[in-house]
Write a protein that binds this ligand. Structure first.
Ligand SMILES: *Cc1c(COP(=O)(O)O)cnc(C)c1O
Length: 373
């Protein structure tokens, strides 16, 4: 049994049998030839159903998460939406109150009017999750660490509540990544990722994936929605995502290492009110994070002393960090989060979300030192 770093490069990625190409070709074809007798001996029929680039990506992500299978989608948002649409009107879902804001909009504007019933709770409070269970609860969602508040949910604890309730449990592992956290091993039934972030890793693709721990009705419905709806990434995007997977372990570990150093620096800075990073001992969920994570990730949030104007003033002075949304890639990014989110967001107005990229850590610290001075 090889190790994850090795499998990320070799699993489902043999040299191309036709040419010996070490790097797989991109199969742009939409359609595949049938045999004289009507059979499809090479399995591929039509690219919405499956194509070689997507098959390889799904296979390696399922492997790295320790899952039964994976389904790749055109975005992280639609990956979650497809999992929720695999439910039926009237079903009840428990979701975290600091859920990624785009998914919250999908719930409020599309799925709740369609008949899904949702209770939002503080997912870090297991008693609150348990109290929200009803006889119709079919799915519990969590996102750990969460975006942008970096709260950490006790994944094994929620998994047990879901199991007792006869419900399924989906954990968004976008920020954790399979390098640092393995929700399926902790009892989750599904993992989702926005592959736009650490899996792609270079700020150049949009994508998502649903990973299932085992076969079952819900998983089959997700695959059915993928095949009949076609909200899938193109072969080129699958190829780029797969290339990202090959270096993910090394990127993510460096980013987590540098994020911890930056968080420690910022926590001691007089012009910083608060740093939210699960790797700091004063983080409210630090013990849970230590138990279930092999590192604390490359994302942190910092609240400056002062108001929104002061936060904007700080990011205006940054020279190495780029003022942009998203995270998980080569470039360090900084963003005033509240003004990106919907009206009525609970994200503090003085909060800056920081994604640590792959630049030298001393350059990142110096950039903050200058901007905060
Ligand atoms: C970005 C993100 C999403 C949405 O993914 P897209 O690829 O942008 O659609 C979902 N969950 C989390 C935690 C994210 O950070």
């Amino acid at each position: 049994m090889t190790r994850p770093e090795t499998r990320a490069i070799h699993h489902a990625q043999p040299p191309d049998p036709a040419t010996g190409a070490v790097i797989p070709p991109i199969h742009l074809t939409t359609t595949y030839e049938r045999d004289i007798d009507g059979a499809y001996p090479r399995e591929f029929k039509y690219t919405r159903n499956m194509n070689p680039n997507r098959a390889a990506l799904e296979s390696v992500i399922a492997e790295l998460e320790g899952g039964f299978g994976a389904a790749a989608f055109a975005s992280g948002s639609v990956a979650t939406m497809m999992l929720l649409q695999a439910l039926r009107p009237g079903d009840h879902v428990i979701a975290p109150d600091d859920l990624y804001y785009g998914i919250r909009l999908i719930m409020q504007d599309v799925l709740m009017p369609w008949g899904l019933r949702v209770t939002f709770v503080d997912a870090t409070d297991l008693d609150a999750v348990r109290a929200a269970v009803t006889p119709d609860t079919k799915l519990i969602l969590s996102e750990s660490p969460s975006n942008p508040l970096l709260q950490v949910t006790d994944i094994a604890g929620v998994a047990q509540i879901a199991q007792e309730a006869g419900a399924l449990y989906m954990c968004d592992n976008t920020i954790g990544t399979p390098v640092l956290q393995q929700p399926l091993q902790l009892g989750a039934d599904f993992v989702i990722h926005s592959t736009t972030k650490y899996i792609g890793g270079h700020h150049d693709i949009l994508g998502g994936v649903v990973v299932a721990r085992e076969d079952g009705e819900m998983w089959q419905r997700v695959q059915m929605l993928q095949a009949i709806g076609g909200a899938v990434p193109s072969p080129f995007e699958c190829w780029l995502a797969l290339r990202g997977v090959q270096t993910m372990s090394y990127r993510v570990r460096a980013q987590a290492d540098h994020a911890l150093k930056l968080a420690q620096y910022l926590a001691d800075h007089p012009n910083v009110e608060k740093v939210r990073y699960p790797g700091l001992p004063d983080h409210p969920n630090h013990d849970v994070a230590r138990r279930q994570m092999a590192g604390f990730g490359g994302l942190l949030s910092v609240q400056v002393v002062g108001d929104e104007a002061r936060a904007m003033d700080v990011i205006a002075k940054m020279q190495v960090f780029t003022r942009a949304t998203s995270f998980g890639g080569t470039h360090s990014l900084i963003e005033h989060r509240a003004s990106m989110e919907h009206d009525g967001t609970t994200t503090p107005r003085n909060l800056l979300r920081v994604s640590v990229g792959l630049e030298h850590i001393d350059d990142l610290i110096e950039d903050f030192a200058r901007a905060l001075a």
